[in-house]
Design a protein around this ligand. Structure first.
Ligand SMILES: Cc1ncc(COP(=O)(O)O)c(C=O)c1O
Length: 396
């Protein structure tokens, strides 16, 4: 039977494509340190689970399509505390940032339109674009400069006649780059000059290291019509499994489009939304504790990586990713080999080859994306396995 052209165009994400190799390694009795997926391992605050404990039993109705009022209210308060002026009615609750992104591009782009993003970019942006027949244009970010945003003309050179939006994550998956206010203003200037939407994916907003300042696109004046802010509780509260995110904007026409899509899929989960609304009320200490933990992990992984002969890397400033260059020709081959052919006392590592994060796979062939979502001991152990694996691979 026939499958759609649309689905034939969709690739498995770079993060998941090694899964069969990992399954075989596990069957062979190996333990794998998963550095490949950015799912935080810190516990979700108790406030979340209390909602489930205190539930009255009975029918479980659909939530309103736009989201539970409690959660829209709590999200608006959270934004306002951060100088971001969104009212509850500017915010639509979605099933994770993933659905927010999907709805956003369904609303603003036609087949064949182009979206401009950073190179490299979060791999699922391209799987969304494949489903919607959207082309990617990407401006370069230099690994030797910590994947910083380039000068305005380098961004502008990549704006095409059919470009509808600039999309970027800050801090960034997959590189751990954190953009300064000045870098953000470059994006804003280009977007305003060309009348583009800015789709700001800020799901890692709370993961900022070394006391760096964070500027949200939501704090910038004069882009109310352009800005679409994507968010999620997945990373912020270690709650990837809750599937709760949001899309916010001041652009009423855009929100009307989002509202139609929210209505088509009826609702996001009712209880998870109620539980998520409690998370936004938790003490600021939570973020400080989590941040400290991730900063320590970031320090450990950086220290371990720079000690490996032939590895080059800049210290990430945010999120929980780092993208080092390894001394191999093709990190995808190396990633498969280390899963299938190598172990240290029955243990091996899994990371994401970086080619799937680049517009042109060749550009990422020598890099990998590592998520530092394991504890310190596990990070040290996995970096030892990586070092020994590289030595063994390069002497084959
Ligand atoms: C930059 C970025 N945006 C969006 C998502 C999707 O998040 P969610 O779990 O909220 O769908 C992720 C998940 O890894 C991400 O890294």
């Amino acid at each position: 039977m026939k499958l759609s052209k649309r689905i034939e165009n969709v690739h498995y994400s770079a993060v998941r494509s090694l899964s069969p190799y990992a399954d075989r390694a596990v069957k062979a009795g190996k333990k794998i340190y998963h550095l490949n997926i950015g799912a935080p391992d810190v516990p979700v605050p108790d406030e979340y689970y209390e909602t489930f404990e205190n539930l009255e039993r009975g029918p479980l109705p659909y939530a309103p399509s736009a989201g539970m009022p409690e959660l829209r209210e709590a999200t608006s308060k959270y934004y306002k505390n951060r100088n971001i002026n969104f009212e509850p009615e500017d915010i639509y609750i979605t099933m994770g940032a993933s659905e927010a992104l999907m709805f956003t591009f369904q609303t603003i782009a036609d087949d064949g339109d182009t979206v401009l993003t950073t190179n490299p970019f979060y791999t699922n942006y391209s799987t969304i674009f494949e489903q919607l027949d959207i082309e990617i244009s990407a401006f370069p970010t230099d690994p030797d400069k910590g994947f910083a945003i380039p000068e305005e003309d380098a961004i502008e050179n990549c704006v095409l006649d059919n470009t509808v939006a600039i999309l970027l994550s800050n801090p960034t998956n997959p590189t751990g780059a954190l953009y300064s206010r000045e870098e953000i203003e470059r994006i804003v200037n280009v977007a305003k000059r060309h009348n583009l939407y800015i789709v700001a994916d800020e799901v890692y907003r709370e993961f900022i290291y070394d006391d760096n300042d964070y500027t949200s696109f939501g704090e910038i004046d004069g882009i109310e019509e352009n800005l679409i802010l994507i968010d999620s509780i997945s990373k912020r509260f270690g709650a990837c499994g809750a599937r709760v995110g949001s899309v916010a904007s001041k652009n009423k026409e855009f929100l009307d489009g989002i509202n139609k899509l929210c209505n088509c899929r009826l609702a996001a989960p009712t209880i998870e939304q109620l539980a998520a609304s409690k998370l936004y009320g938790i003490d600021k200490d939570y973020f400080e504790t989590v941040n400290k933990e991730y900063q320590r992990r970031r320090d450990v992984i950086y220290e371990e990586l720079i000690a490996i002969p032939g590895v080059t890397v800049k210290k990430p400033k945010g999120a929980f990713y780092v993208m080092p260059k390894l001394p191999v020709d093709d990190t995808e081959k190396f990633a498969k080999w280390i899963l299938e052919e190598f172990d240290v006392d029955g243990e091996t590592v899994m990371f994401a080859p970086a080619s799937g994060f680049f517009k042109d796979a060749e550009d990422g062939k020598q890099m990998v994306r590592i998520a530092f979502v394991l504890n310190e001991d596990a990070i040290r152990r996995s970096m030892k396995i990586l070092r020994l694996g590289l030595e063994a691979y390069n002497s084959l």
